[in-house]
Design a protein around this ligand. Structure first.
Ligand code: CMP
Length: 463
């Protein structure tokens, strides 16, 4: 009320002064001075009227109708418009200025300013509409474009929210006014849910009781409304449930759901309930040599027949070797074995071509090119040493990988094989020596020629 009484009193006093002066000092010489004084009195009167209207419209009517205080921004805008009109009226009617030019100029200036400040004005009016509508208030939590936070400030230009990471996000009001916002009002209850699953073998009511007990006595959960649990679906390997509980502070949602999940685990554990996980029936198949041929299109049985070191094997032994092996496919340029790496398998090239390469001081040297039916990797397999060279697929290559288990089986059944294997490895080592001085990635190959037989016996535990 003080805001009205004081201007009203000053206005009354100024009008009294005006009339008194006019009564005592009236004369044509003073006419212009009186007009200015009168204009001044009208300015005071206008201010009083604007203040009275603001008080009447916003502090009384708006409050009564909406039950909340009118936004400050709205009051400021209303006052500004009123003062602008008042200014024009006094200029035109009291001071007798021609205001048409001024109105036209100000309209043109407004258009220019309007274009220049398009974004700012957009934000301003969006801010004004947000202030009038008040879809959210300070301390409410809002979700906007997947970001959630508590509203900290709402100015005429932007709205700032503080996230749970304690960072502040500032959204321009024009953006907020255009897109949907999810609002979680402060001091309202917010329902949350945690999904979990239970075995089919346990009665739903038992699970529901266990889950509800898990949600009790948590600091972030309110018990004005009790937590409930319900079935949401029948899954592949479990019955799916959700636990519903209520929060006072939406910003605590993440911590509350984590605490509830933890409690659920303990409650399930105590009750001897398992958290089901998807189960699959895996069919393990013994591959027939014929099947392998069908799947890859390569006759690996014939490939084994064509390899010298496997000549002494019986037909049954060759079949056994095939069932213990696997087919691998390599792209052109791919390393099938890498020099210096450990290896306990050998390979037969079923289809494709490979380069055996050694490198010394950055220069590469091709030791051999292996074609379909060729084999590699036997040196590490029989010696236990790291790979002696790189073997790289020159074109798309399909190889049969024979693991240590397969060879071990053969050697145990046919001790003669060890001699044959050692001969081949020795021959290959001799070629490697000619190239690159027996180096592989700078390291000397440690396997000594002629001693393979003993090594093979030792590695494969042959007596
Ligand atoms: P390993 O040492 O296990 O890995 C690299 C392979 O390259 C090696 O086994 C041999 O199989 C192969 N290799 C090495 N030298 C030769 C060679 N001179 N001719 C053919 N292949 C070879």
């Amino acid at each position: 009320m003080k805001k009205i009484i004081w201007p009203a009193a000053i206005t009354l006093a100024s009008f009294l002064a005006y009339f008194a002066l006019r009564f005592w000092l009236w004369g044509p010489l003073h006419a212009a001075g009186f007009r200015d004084l009168l204009a001044f009195c009208y300015v005071l009167l206008g201010m009083t009227i604007v203040r009275c209207s603001t008080y009447l419209f916003f502090d009384l009517l708006y409050l009564k109708r909406t039950g909340r205080e009118a936004p400050g921004l709205l009051k400021v805008m209303f006052s500004l418009v009123c003062y602008a009109i008042l200014f024009m009226l006094i200029l035109g009617l009291v001071l007798k200025y021609d205001v048409t030019g001024l109105v036209a100029t100000s309209a043109a200036v407004s258009v220019v300013i309007g274009f220049a400040l398009q974004d700012t004005l957009g934000n301003f009016f969006a801010g004004a509409s947000l202030h009038i509508e008040q879809p959210f208030k300070i301390k409410d939590s809002i979700r906007f474009r997947d970001r959630t936070g508590e509203v900290e400030t709402a100015s005429w230009r932007s709205t700032a929210i503080r996230t749970t990471d304690n960072s502040v996000l500032i959204f321009p009001n024009s953006l907020l006014a255009r897109e949907p916002i999810e609002v979680f009002p402060y001091e309202s209850l917010h329902r949350q849910s945690v999904s979990f699953s239970a075995p089919y073998s346990v009665a739903p009511q038992t699970v529901i009781d266990v889950a509800r007990s898990a949600a009790l006595d948590l600091p972030d959960v309110t018990y004005e409304i009790q937590p409930t649990a319900r079935i949401t679906g029948f899954g592949e390997s479990s019955v799916n449930f959700e636990l519903l509980y209520w929060l006072k502070d939406y910003m605590r949602a993440g911590d509350a759901s984590a605490a509830i999940r933890e409690r659920l685990w303990y409650a399930f554990h105590r009750e001897g309930l398992s958290m089901p996980f998807p189960t699959r029936h895996v069919l393990l198949e013994n591959i027939n040599p014929e099947d392998l041929e069908c799947k890859t299109g390569v006759d690996y049985r014939r490939a084994i027949d064509g390899i010298d070191i496997f000549q002494p094997l019986t037909s049954v032994e060759k079949d056994a070797l095939l069932t213990l092996s696997q087919v691998l496919l390599f792209a052109p340029g791919e390393y099938m074995v890498r020099c210096g790496q450990p290896g306990d398998s050998m390979f037969i090239i079923g289809r494709g071509k490979a380069e055996v390469r050694v490198s010394s001081n950055g220069t590469h040297s091709t030791v051999a090119v292996l074609k379909t039916g060729g084999f590699f990797g036997e040196m590490s397999l029989f010696s236990g040493e790291p790979r002696s060279a790189d073997v790289i697929a020159i074109e798309e290559s399909e190889v049969l990988e024979i693991g240590k288990a397969g060879i071990e089986k053969l050697l145990l059944e046919n001790a003669n094989l060890a001699r044959i294997f050692s001969k081949t490895v020795s021959e290959r080592l001799a070629v490697l020596e000619e190239h690159a001085g027996r180096v592989c990635g700078g390291e000397e190959i440690k396997v000594e020629e002629g001693k393979f037989f003993e090594r093979i016996k030792r590695i494969f535990n042959l007596s």
